[in-house]
Write a protein that binds this ligand. Structure first.
Ligand SMILES: Nc1nc2c(ncn2[C@@H]2O[C@H](COP(=O)(O)OP(=O)(O)OP(=O)(O)O)[C@@H](O)[C@H]2O)c(=O)[nH]1
Length: 422
């Protein structure tokens, strides 16, 4: 039963946020607990594991410290993660296990690996285990996901277009930070010593918009009460997957009125396309109090592919979001209809499923004014009859998926998002 197995805490956070510092603090404070740690490092030499070994009495010789080097546990080392944790728990009982991810790791796939074993493979889990020889995770359970945020770098990182390389996969620092914030049970707002109270309050406001479910704890040098992050029984995969503010809004759409700190949200929907020039202009000067926006949209002239808008703070990015079902060959379209009966209801005789659905979350937002701004970007009746390909379109172009693909490029580089507001 879940309660009787060993609780696993996963620490995520961008490079230098303070994960190792937090881990060392936990080890120092855990005299009465028998902990095992697993440290993942992208490089060949696991610097973080060395730091942990140096500053605590935990050691690899005692099989308490496992190093996973040369890759990332959110992608190519997923199997190794299961294997390593399985190995840890096979021979010894621990009170808890703490996993320190690399700074480029996305917490969602790590959590998936730990909860479902393995699920993003074409193989079903049974086949996967048979073929790889990896044992399903037994004897422990994912208990708490913690994201360590560097308060000093937060605003800069949110706006950053810096591209990080996760073993071939390109990730924008800003996107990664948002993903780490959006998927966690506990958020440690670290390096509070370097930031004034006003800035801290602002960051907290933003973080609460991105992730209303997590508990935010201010820390300096990772000094947190360890009961807050070890054996808390907080993790719930379903809840964590739905906990991002924008996702909650999409699943339970409501025009939220005033909430805490003036945070409100709404969904904008439209069944005619955006004018590429007007919409690009709006994104260039997007209302500052929209803290988060995410969703797909229809751009006039792009009748094959839906685009994805991803706004987080000052960062605005556009990425491909797959083919419109209406653009698929008839047999595939039929398959989609069989799989998604709800399509029938929203299907337009002329345009099929094409349309836009954007979640907007922000502080002190004037919903009516933002709605109007978005509506002005939609094609007018006259423009609906014009030649859409003649419109000035400076949105990035993305390679169209082969017929029969769903638009999710297999090569992650193909998903590289490009800011249009540069
Ligand atoms: N001023 C200040 N410095 C801190 C704090 N927490 C950590 N640091 C310093 O920030 C630097 C990075 O901390 P780490 O704990 O190594 O960060 P990390 O997240 O493990 O970094 P990577 O493993 O490289 O991803 C170190 O020099 C720490 O001493 C803090 O609260 N305040």
């Amino acid at each position: 039963m879940k309660e009787q197995t060993i609780p696993v805490t996963v620490l995520s956070g961008t490079l230098g946020a303070g994960k190792t510092t937090t881990l060392n603090h936990v080890l120092r404070e855990s005299d009465n607990r028998d902990l095992a740690v697993l440290v993942n490092d992208m490089g060949e030499v696991n610097v973080d594991a060395d730091l942990v070994a140096e500053s605590s009495d935990i050691s690899a010789d005692e099989e308490e410290l496992i190093e996973l080097s040369n890759g990332c546990i959110c992608c190519e080392l997923r199997g190794d993660l299961l294997d390593a944790i399985g190995g840890l728990t096979r021979n010894r009982e621990f009170d808890a296990i703490v996993v320190e991810s690399t700074g480029v790791a996305e917490p969602l796939p790590v959590a998936q690996t730990l909860t479902l074993g393995f699920d993003q493979s074409d193989l079903d889990p049974t086949e996967f285990y048979e073929e790889t020889g990896i044992e399903p995770l037994e004897g422990c359970h994912l208990d708490t996901t913690v994201t360590v945020v560097d308060a000093h770098q937060f605003n800069e990182a949110m706006q950053s277009d810096e591209v990080l390389d996760d073993d071939g996969t390109k990730k924008h620092l800003g996107d990664l930070l948002v993903e780490q914030v959006e998927f966690c049970d506990i958020l440690l707002l670290n390096k509070c010593d370097l930031v004034d109270e006003e800035t801290l309050a602002e960051i907290e406001e933003t973080v609460e918009v991105l992730q209303p479910r997590a508990e935010i704890i201010r820390t300096t040098h990772g000094r947190v009460d360890i009961d807050e992050i070890i054996d808390t029984d907080r993790f719930d995969f379903e809840e964590a997957s739905r906990s991002a503010g924008w996702m909650r809004e999409l699943q339970e759409p409501h025009e939220s009125a005033e909430e805490e700190h003036g945070v409100t949200s709404f969904v904008f929907e439209a069944r005619r396309p955006f004018h590429p020039e007007r919409f690009a202009e709006l994104l260039d000067a997007f209302p500052e109090n929209v803290v988060r926006s995410k969703g797909h949209f229809w751009l006039a002239g792009r009748e094959e592919m839906a685009l994805m808008l991803n706004v987080a703070g000052q960062s605005i990015r556009v990425a491909p979001a797959g083919n419109w079902i209406a653009a698929l060959p008839p047999e595939e379209r039929d398959e989609q209809f069989d799989a998604h009966p709800e399509l029938e209801e929203m299907w337009d005789d002329q345009w099929g499923d094409r349309g836009s659905q954007l979640v907007l979350i922000g502080t002190e937002m004037d919903h009516e004014s933002i709605r109007e701004h978005l509506e002005i970007c939609l094609l007018t009746d006259e423009e609906m009859d014009a030649d859409w390909d003649a419109f000035d379109d400076r949105f990035p172009t993305f390679e169209e998926p082969e017929a029969g693909e769903d638009g999710e490029p297999e090569d992650p580089d193909g998903q590289e998002e490009i800011g249009i507001a540069d």
